[in-house]
Design a protein around this ligand. Structure first.
Ligand code: SAM
Length: 243
């Protein structure tokens, strides 16, 4: 192993995640590919090993703060990650919970090429990368309302994000938004969007990443009703004119 994973291993243990040798190897391969591809395309501003482990790998796994007690180990949920970029949060979650099924979506095709390389190299099964805008793909019945969980990190404000994400969630499923700041005002501004899209605020889980004062907030919206067909509006509108 080229890198020292002891801090990631210890920090994962604090969240009740025990990484296997195979999973550590996959994180190592992922890190290598990330740095290699980042030298000729823009994937991430964070490249230093310990920082990638903390701010990308561990941060992506922080969904377990909201769903503890090995919740994801026992299930075969369908996940979709909107605006996944270089694969965050979905690839780290898939490595740790290989039983989960993932669709990774991004509007930049070069990032999809990178993700296909990662999926291939790490031999991730039931994990596909799809090129498209969230607003367009949601009109396709193969994706619309097909997912138990939609996750998204660092893509847009909550109102815009709800319009991108809620159409993919099955009634009874959840939209899990990763936020890095307190979102009191953002959450108030998103109340209308959440309700017209068929959702209901469920809870938020606030914490700091282990051994740091890096604040994080997992914001969960449950889907109670079918999203009206007119949403999402045409590409560009959800961000230009949030609901
Ligand atoms: N989620 C990743 C992370 O946390 O590192 C990437 C965050 S990056 C700041 C935002 C990503 O969202 C970019 O890769 C961008 O191409 C993608 N994106 C932005 N708007 C989108 C849209 N409407 N549909 C699909 N992807 C979108």
């Amino acid at each position: 192993m080229a890198h020292d994973f002891s801090t990631l291993i210890d920090n994962c243990k604090k969240w009740n995640i025990t990484l296997t040798e195979e999973q550590i190897k996959q994180f190592d391969q992922y890190y290598e590919l990330l740095v290699e591809w980042n030298s000729f395309m823009n994937l991430t501003a964070i490249t230093e090993f310990d920082e990638v482990c903390q701010k990308h790998f561990l941060d992506s796994l922080s969904i377990v703060k909201a769903y503890p007690d090995h919740y994801f180990e026992k299930n075969t949920f369908q996940f979709i990650d909107i605006g996944t970029g270089a694969g965050f949060p979905s690839i780290p979650i898939k490595i740790v919970f290989p039983n989960l099924k993932f669709t990774l979506v991004d509007s930049l095709n070069k990032r999809i090429k990178f993700l296909n390389e990662v999926i291939d190299h790490l031999q991730l099964s039931e994990c596909i990368a799809v090129h498209g805008r969230a607003e367009d793909l949601a009109k396709n019945s193969s994706y619309r309302e097909q997912y138990d969980f939609c996750v998204s990190r660092a893509v847009a404000n909550l109102s815009t994000l709800c319009e991108y994400c809620m159409p993919y969630v099955k009634v009874g499923g959840k939209f899990v938004s990763y936020k890095s700041e307190k979102i009191t005002e953002e959450a108030v501004n998103a109340e209308h969007a959440i309700s017209v899209l068929g959702g209901k605020f469920e809870r938020q889980v606030e914490f700091t990443l282990p051994d740091s004062d890096i604040y994080r907030n997992i914001y969960i919206i449950s889907k109670d009703k079918v999203t009206p067909k007119k949403y999402p509006r045409k590409a560009g509108l959800p961000s230009k004119e949030p609901l």
